[in-house]
Design a protein around this ligand. Structure first.
Ligand code: ADP
Length: 148
């Protein structure tokens, strides 16, 4: 059974994140979306709201679980008995960042990171952009996963 965690802040969960999970389901039997909760990080959308929204998106997909975590990603992955960490790459900056974390995580735990490239039409989408638009009262619905 191939199990992956897809860790992130998901503040909020975007159409780009959704696409990575759907494509990940072609590779893994189960994906656990790990919503990282860092008390030192300023969050725009409350944790409970983010969890509920993501659960709602995947309510008819039993192979996706949604959990909050506040420990180290590799410790969370180990607890969940996941052999893989799934991440998305939009740009060269993402690539450099992900490479360092993947290397550290591999050394710490032996867990492999699997990277999927974003679909080009989603490459410009980030939670930061959505938070910015939202704070200026712009409609962000088209950047969010479709309601099931
Ligand atoms: P973090 O705070 O850990 O960077 P994010 O919630 O911003 O978490 O993102 C989680 C994962 O999703 C990361 O691997 C990130 O590169 C990826 N990701 C973010 N936006 C997109 C997108 N538009 N397309 C594909 N992957 C994305």
């Amino acid at each position: 059974m191939k199990k992956a965690i897809f860790p992130g802040s998901f503040d909020p969960f975007t159409i780009g994140h959704h696409d990575i999970v759907l494509r990940g389901l072609q590779l893994f039997d189960e994906i656990i979306i790990g919503v990282g909760h860092n008390i030192n990080k300023r969050e725009s959308f409350p944790l409970e709201e983010r969890l509920l929204a993501i659960k709602d998106v995947f309510k008819s997909e039993p192979r996706v679980k949604v959990l909050a975590y506040d420990n180290l990603t590799v410790d969370f992955a180990t607890e969940q008995q996941a052999q893989f960490i799934l991440r998305g790459v939009r740009s060269i900056q993402d690539f450099e960042y992900e490479r360092n974390i993947a290397e550290a995580n591999k050394l710490l735990s032996g867990i492999e990171t699997v990277l999927l490239y974003t679909r080009p039409e989603y490459a410009h989408i980030s939670s930061t952009l959505l938070r910015d638009l939202h704070s200026h009262n712009k409609d962000i619905t088209s950047y969010l996963p479709p309601k099931q």
